[in-house]
Design a protein around this ligand. Structure first.
Ligand SMILES: Nc1ncnc2c1ncn2[C@@H]1O[C@H](COP(=O)(O)OP(=O)(O)O)[C@@H](O)[C@H]1O
Ligand SMILES: [Mg+2]
Length: 387
């Protein structure tokens, strides 16, 4: 195992499969679908979730799993298309990319596809008349792909990331759906995965209901604290200089369920460590400040700060003193030294402004932990509990 000086985070990049944390259920679902597909029963996946929650990373993980199981995984990242054919050309070119690492396999298919292009042509006017409609052409290319490779690969998987872009084109969806249904009947083990925004499954399901039948839905949601800590753990398992435990906990807390923020914050902490800072208090303060600047939060929070009453600030500071995102009424009462009579309406106001939420009975939660941290910093309270 190689040793690194500092932990390695991946801000803004999908995580390599070997560093991927948790999502056990989503992995199991995919493995079951592959089991079924190998036996000839094909269903795809619709992956939905907000930005930064880990959809693309999950696709990379699926790719790793597929490769280990001798399946061919073709990653396609959709973008804005003006013409339907662009999408299918993209898919076809991605087949080439995916097969390149298998050398002679790709050459075989390329020859077939080239012959086919010669036959159907794309420049002579006469031949153009004969050019196949998009759907038939796509169908035929998939058949040829299957004929060439389903001996070498157990299942062929097309994973379309940023699939929101194709929802705008009903024709593309129609073609995928029709072709997929046909090749399934013909016995080809070819599967599609679509990943996109929160409402992707609704969008695919509404106008094109067969997708619901053809796919299993996986919603990628916020991670819990343990998962977020696992990300940090994996990021620094080979590192000589580790991030202080208290800071790890802070990162998990501030990230509020989003792995994207763990990587951003973790990366800032590492940058600050590299500057030679050692004292955890100072280290965290510096890294957190950098993070706020990087995310452009200062302005937003400064103006929010101005709208708060002194008592409301005391309440937020009480969370800071507890070093937690959750607190009971009793804890807030002790922390703020406010009477119940003045605490309640102030909490009400903070809830109206969606700064605080009530979760279970008597437990209050800061909606955006970054805000309370920022506020504590401005007030000069210690950011890491030292006891
Ligand atoms: N399971 C995971 N384990 C570790 N890091 C993750 C995981 N899922 C996502 N990440 C990280 O979170 C960030 C956002 O992930 P990404 O897959 O790009 O999200 P999305 O595609 O949903 O926008 C990236 O920095 C990525 O490395
Ligand atoms: Mg993504």
């Amino acid at each position: 195992m190689s040793v690194m000086n500092y932990p390695k985070f991946y801000p803004g990049e999908p995580i390599p499969p070997e560093n991927f944390a948790n999502r056990k259920k989503s992995i199991l679902t995919f493995e079951r679908l592959l089991d079924d597909a190998e036996l000839g029963s094909i269903r795809g996946v619709i992956i939905s979730g907000e930005r930064g929650v880990g959809k693309t990373s999950l696709l990379y993980k699926y790719e790793g799993i597929s490769q280990k199981r001798s399946c061919l995984f073709i990653r396609v990242r959709a973008h804005k298309f003006t013409e339907e054919s662009e999408f299918f050309n993209l898919i076809i070119s991605r087949v080439g990319e995916a097969l390149k690492k298998y050398g002679s396999l790709w050459t075989r298919l390329k020859t077939i596809w080239n012959d086919y292009e010669k036959k159907w042509g794309y420049n002579g006017t006469e031949i153009q008349k004969k050019k196949l409609p998009l759907q038939e052409e796509f169908h035929r290319r998939l058949q040829e792909l299957g004929n060439c490779f389903l001996e070498n690969f157990k299942v062929i998987i097309f994973a379309v990331d940023e699939a929101d872009h194709i929802v705008e084109h009903p024709k593309i969806l129609q073609i995928i759906r029709n072709v997929w249904e046909e090749i399934k009947k013909e016995g080809y083990k070819i599967m599609f995965i679509f990943a996109g925004k929160e409402d992707l499954s609704k969008a695919l399901g509404k106008a094109h209901s067969p997708f619901k039948r053809l796919c299993v839905e996986i919603h990628v949601g916020a991670m819990d604290r343990e998962d977020l800590l696992e990300i940090i753990e994996r990021a620094q398992q080979k590192a000589k200089n580790k991030i202080p435990v208290k800071i790890c906990e802070k990162i998990a807390e501030i990230s509020n369920g989003l792995p994207h923020l763990v990587h951003l914050l973790g990366d800032q902490v590492v940058k600050t460590m590299k500057e030679g800072l050692k004292d955890p208090q100072v280290l965290w303060r510096e890294a957190f400040t950098l993070f706020c600047e990087y995310e452009g939060l200062d302005e937003k929070y400064d103006s929010l700060n101005k709208t708060l009453s002194k008592q409301q600030k005391e309440i937020l500071a009480a969370f800071g003193k507890l070093n937690r995102t959750h607190a009971t009424m009793a804890e807030l009462k002790v922390g703020t030294k406010l009477s119940l009579n003045s605490l309640s309406p102030q909490l009400g106001r903070l809830m109206e402004n969606k700064i605080i939420e009530r979760t279970e009975r008597g437990v209050y939660k800061i909606v955006d932990p970054t805000f309370s941290e920022y506020f504590n910093m401005k007030m000069g309270y210690p950011l890491l509990r030292t006891e």
